[in-house]
Design a protein around this ligand. Sequence first.
Ligand code: 4AD
Ligand code: MG
Length: 474
Amino acid sequence: IADIKGGPDEGLNRVGQTLVVMGWVRTLRVQSSVTFIEVNDGSCLSNMQCVMDMEAEGYDQVESGLVATGASIWVQGNVVKSQGSKQKVELNVNKIIVVGKSDPSYPIQKKRVSREFLRTKAHLRPRTNTFGAVARVRNALAYATHKFFQENGFVWVSSPIITASDCEGAGEQFCVTTLIPSSREAADSLVDGIPKTKDGLIDWSQDFFGKPAFLTVSGQLNAETYATALSDVYTFGPTFRAENSNTSRHLAEFWMIEPELAFADLNDDMACATAYLQYVVRHILENCKEDMDFFNTWIEKGIIDRLSNVVDKDFVQLTYTDAIELLLRTNKKFDFPVKWGCDLQSEHERYITEGAFGGCPVIIRDYPKEIKAFYMRQNDDGKTVAAMDMLVPRVGELIGGSQREERLEYLEDRLDDLKLNKDSYWWYLDLRRYGSVPHAGFGLGFERLVQFATGIENIRDAIPFPRAPGSAEF
Ligand code: 4AD
Ligand code: MG
């Protein structure tokens, strides 16, 4: 359907052609002499309006009720100019086949159903306008991500999902458990992969073949090893956080994009983050017009203007210390009191991006070292590290990054200060021992980018199958 309607004349150049359309019935209107079927195949937001009279082959399936909302159909017809004002062309059907009928219990009958309700129907929600559009824009953002980094000479590196290291040191890891049946008999006793009894037939080990292992919270440390060999690299894959938080911007499983730049400092890092965000936003504004118009009308009024501003403007930059002063100066009352050294809460982030700087992305840099991870490079003041967070309206923190501590002795001291076991970081320290270079990188939460780019309020609607407390059904 996108192929037909996607052109500048919305299909008028196809008038007179015979075409086959395969998709799912969105709505059906049976009138005395003609039947209108709106079909969608997911290639775009638009449906193909199929017009059919009783002469069409297979019309009996309309009479018998087989052509119903949710059914999958195959239709063949001629493209004609539409009589209606909603579309330029429609399909004059001469043959219809119901490929798969739809039970009357199909839950998405009504035009508008709530996104909360649709979260309970994760298997069917991609058939709605909103979730179809989100899926296509998410896809376009992923494509633009690879395009941006590839065009700029970055090498894509796959970081592992199972790992022993806790990159962020926040203890928010999921533990990997091995379930090894000790015998054929034990294997047979598994019900849905879980042992029926704990009678000794199963070797339970709370670890990965005898060693502790976790699901990764970030691919950064692995990316650093490749950056100090291949220069600029990036990862793009799933990451996991065992945060038991029910917010509209946290998931237990989310995708992260983590570039790592060699021979680079914090300024290079911020420039890369800015260029990346502008590139992917420009890409969807240019290539996803129909879906973006839909979001502009139905999800967030004015989102196109908001995003257009991002593409054109320089982002605001300020230090953490200046941000704290700004927060202390305002009359606005916060739930969490502000003082130098505190972590910025989402209410503070929102005030900074939405209140103080009127919707422009803001990069805050040079955070107190106490509230940041062990690997960040110490600044000369001894109090702060070369960290940066990019905050955007509605979402808050979209990006977190830093220049990495490339000096062996500083890094060892920091590990000691934090009482982290140096032995388990032996390979990470080796990178500082053999040909260390200044390097920097950042992590961008892909679902938060989807939220930012579509206006979708809840992060659970920005990923096909959200994993958060209470949702791992599908
Ligand atoms: O700020 P974070 O924790 O930084 C890191 O993991 C670094 N190792 C990144 C790096 O420098 N390579 O996470 C980075 C981003 C956040 O800014 C946020 O967008 C996203 O990941 N994020 C989450 N997104 C969804 N659900 C969660 N629970 C998230 N936690 C972080
Ligand atoms: Mg962060």
